[in-house]
Design a protein around this ligand. Structure first.
Ligand SMILES: [Zn+2]
Length: 290
């Protein structure tokens, strides 16, 4: 699934092709993409608008359109945008013709991706605020924020990092990479982490995401660039998908666990497993005093 670095890569590649162009024709071929709104209604609302900017929030790609209209695209599992493909690829869901003669195609084999229209900047801000926590790599995401958000929580730290309402844009790949960088086991209760560990987690998240953006994303499933090329971050994974291979730091074999239903990769020497709480002692039988 595309995470923050993959969506940011798409945004950077697509922005110069879209910004300032008009949408001369928009065809939505799949009602699931716009549900509950009708595809025809969404296509009509988009047609004739000019793209003023392309933004990103968490894993959302946001088209800022003339007339204060905002299209929030979420690619979910397998959504892909291709600029000027030679022919319509299989699983094409949306076609967009641009005013300069180029075209853009959205395809999505699994069909979980969505296109959601919002009618004002305020509506967009409210929609995102209810779904997304602070954005990493911006001043709002700090170690102090992590300390406050983690306090008293017993959830495993990996589940916490994956929760979009806590931290925007981190998914399974970058959570594993960030926890490895920080030397924290994914099953540690987030509220039990010491301040120094939360500082390390903050740095690990930012470093993993920045490395992913630098490598133009990771391609492990269907992620492609807008010209069809693939990202290369999968070649730099420190721990993700490395089950049985030696840890890059200590040589111990990387283990695969399941945390919150997600395949999770860990070096249990660099990321010590939390000590299991001792079973409560059986109360001694009461002894009568007399
Ligand atoms: Zn190790």
């Amino acid at each position: 699934m595309p995470e923050l670095p993959e969506v940011e890569t798409i945004r950077r590649q697509l922005a110069p092709h879209l910004e300032g162009r008009g949408l001369t024709a928009v065809e939505v071929l799949d009602p699931r993409w716009t549900a509950p709104r009708a595809p025809r209604e969404v296509a009509a609302a988009l047609t004739g608008r000019t793209v003023l900017g392309l933004a990103r929030a968490g894993k959302y790609l946001i088209w800022e359109l003339s007339g204060d209209l905002h299209l929030l695209m979420h690619l979910r599992m397998t959504g892909t945008l291709l600029f000027d493909p030679p022919a319509d690829p299989p699983h094409t869901r949306v076609r967009v013709a641009l005013s300069d003669g180029h075209r853009l195609v959205y395809l999505d084999p699994r069909r979980f991706g969505t296109g959601h229209l919002l009618d004002s900047a305020q509506a967009r801000a409210a929609y995102l605020a209810s779904r997304l926590g602070p954005e990493p790599l911006t001043p709002e995401f700090t170690a102090a924020y992590l300390r406050d958000a983690a306090r008293g929580r017993t959830a495993p730290v990996k589940a916490f990092v994956l929760d979009q309402r806590r931290i925007a844009g981190v998914g399974n790949i970058y959570a594993d990479e960030a926890l490895f960088r920080a030397g924290i086991h994914p099953l540690r209760a987030v509220g039990s982490l010491r301040p120094g560990q939360l500082q390390a987690l903050h740095e690990g998240i930012e470093q993993a995401l920045a490395a992913g953006i630098e490598a133009k994303g990771a391609t492990i499933d269907d992620f492609r660039h807008v010209d069809g090329a693939y990202g290369s971050f999968q070649d730099q994974f420190l721990v993700h998908l490395r089950e049985g291979r030696p840890c890059v730091r200590c040589g111990t074999a990387v283990r695969k666990l399941v945390v919150g239903g997600r395949g999770t990769y860990v070096c249990e020497r660099c990321q010590p497993r939390p000590r299991s709480r001792r079973a409560p002692r059986r109360p001694r039988p009461a002894v009568a005093d007399d």
